[in-house]
Ligand binder design. Structure first.
Ligand code: ADP
Ligand code: ASP
Ligand code: MG
Length: 406
């Protein structure tokens, strides 16, 4: 007998019929002799609807109140699933994050889990009940409701699995596993049987929203075997686990992309010590996070400086630069919020040269211009015009032979 944590995403609980289907799947797992803790998201579209209500009053809304509002989406689905289970003859009990006591810090909208009390869940399991827990939410030490960031139910699932020392955490969603790239963009994408924590972490942080980044961090830190599966069809899905030394390494595991960034350039800044600090100091004081950074080699005593930020911070960052540029002695400030980041990920890159040049060659053959490049041990990212993103994904997918065998 195993203890399994199952997480069902928004589409999987998107209607009462689908919630009944989830109840059936949970009951089928129990029939195999497993104890089951279920984590559910809000019904699809609900979190956006709730945010919209708040924003229709004031934008941005107060962060504490927004968490109170957003957390209700998951509260509805836990209740519905618990009564669906009971109606199908399976004892069940629902818990909000606060009722479990998923203790978090007080960073509303992006809270981190500090501690999970497993007593109530263990007592229910011992009495033969299915435990149904609201994803995406917790409570801080002052009793305020918090949320864990968009996609945060994944993290609730993995954190509960770690706290309960579960045998596996299963993430049920609307695709049947992790693919070489988002199958909505490249229909020839191939499902991976297995991917390492490290690669999944890169894929998630470079834009593959199939799993929230923090859920993968948690799984890797606590060694929780994590599996992504379909809610709608049977199959083995994708196992996310430590790197397997015995398996032959694929060169490239996948392609990630991200449209959430914007690019800013300061032209003709004096090429002298402290200039990067001056530019980025003002940006970080405004609490804006910077992703990629490029500074050109200086010529004639001046240089150009380019960096990317989240698209939501673009306007603010541009304003800051425009107001500080003259004082810095810069010639001009440019901005572009129609860029996209395209990344190749694979642990096989560690031991193979020539991947970057193959990537650049494939993009050049389609006349896709590369605006910025950054690399790490297991990834290469380029910034391109957003217009060419889908083409770029498909071109690289073919160039690296990632498609489904015919
Ligand atoms: P849920 O509501 O179940 O949490 P999400 O929408 O958060 O589901 O995540 C599933 C979606 O992730 C898929 O529908 C797919 O479009 C997208 N996705 C992006 N990259 C990948 C990838 N590499 N493999 C599989 N799905 C991906
Ligand atoms: N409902 C939340 C969201 O849409 C959390 C989740 O679904 O994982 O972001
Ligand atoms: Mg999700």
């Amino acid at each position: 007998m195993a203890l399994i944590v199952q997480k069902y995403g928004g589409t999987s609980v998107g209607s009462v019929d689908r919630i009944q289907n989830v109840a059936k799947k949970v009951i089928a797992s129990r029939a195999k002799g497993h104890d089951v803790v279920v984590v559910v998201s809000a019904m699809s579209g609900e979190t956006n609807r709730l945010i919209g209500l708040a924003r229709s009053i004031i934008d941005p809304p107060n962060a504490r109140e927004l968490d109170t509002i957003m957390s209700t989406g998951e509260q509805v689905t836990i209740g519905l699933l618990a009564i669906a289970l009971e109606a199908q003859g399976c004892p069940a009990r629902s818990y909000t994050g606060a009722q479990v006591r998923i203790l978090t810090d007080s960073a509303f909208g992006k809270a981190r889990i500090l501690e999970i009390d497993d007593k109530a869940m263990r007592a229910d399991l011992a009495q033969g009940r299915v435990v149904v827990v609201a994803g995406f939410q917790g409570v801080d030490e002052n009793g305020n409701i918090t949320t864990l960031g968009r996609g945060g139910s994944d993290t609730t699932g993995v954190a509960l699995a770690a706290a309960l020392k579960a045998d596996e955490c299963q993430i049920y969603t609307d695709v049947d596993g992790v693919y070489t790239t988002d199958p909505r963009i490249e229909p020839r994408a191939r499902r991976l049987d297995r991917i390492s924590y490290e690669e999944m972490l890169e894929m998630a942080s470079l834009g593959s929203k199939v799993l929230q980044i923090r859920s993968v961090e948690f799984a890797s830190k606590y060694n929780v075997p994590l599996r992504v599966l379909s809610s709608f069809e049977d199959g083995e899905g994708t196992l996310i686990a430590p790197e397997d030394e015995t398996m032959e390494q694929a060169l490239i595991s996948g392609i990630a992309f991200n449209r959430d960034e914007a690019k800013l350039t300061v032209l003709g800044v004096p090429d002298k010590p402290g200039i990067a600090y001056k530019i980025l100091g003002a940006i970080s004081e405004a609490n804006i996070e910077v992703d990629m950074i490029i500074q050109n080699v200086g010529a004639d005593g001046s240089t150009d400086f380019t960096f990317t930020v989240h698209r939501n911070d673009y306007k603010k960052a541009l304003e800051i630069l425009q107001s500080t540029a003259t004082a810095m002695g810069a010639r001009q400030v440019l901005g572009d919020n129609h860029i996209a980041k395209l990344s190749l990920v694979g642990v096989g890159m560690r031991s193979h040269a020539g991947i970057a040049s193959k990537m650049f060659g494939a993009l050049a053959a389609e006349s896709i211009n590369i605006q910025m490049i950054s690399t790490s041990e297991i990834k290469i990212s380029v910034v391109i015009d957003e217009k060419y993103l889908e083409l770029g994904v498909r071109v690289l997918h073919a160039a690296f032979g990632l498609e489904e065998a015919a």
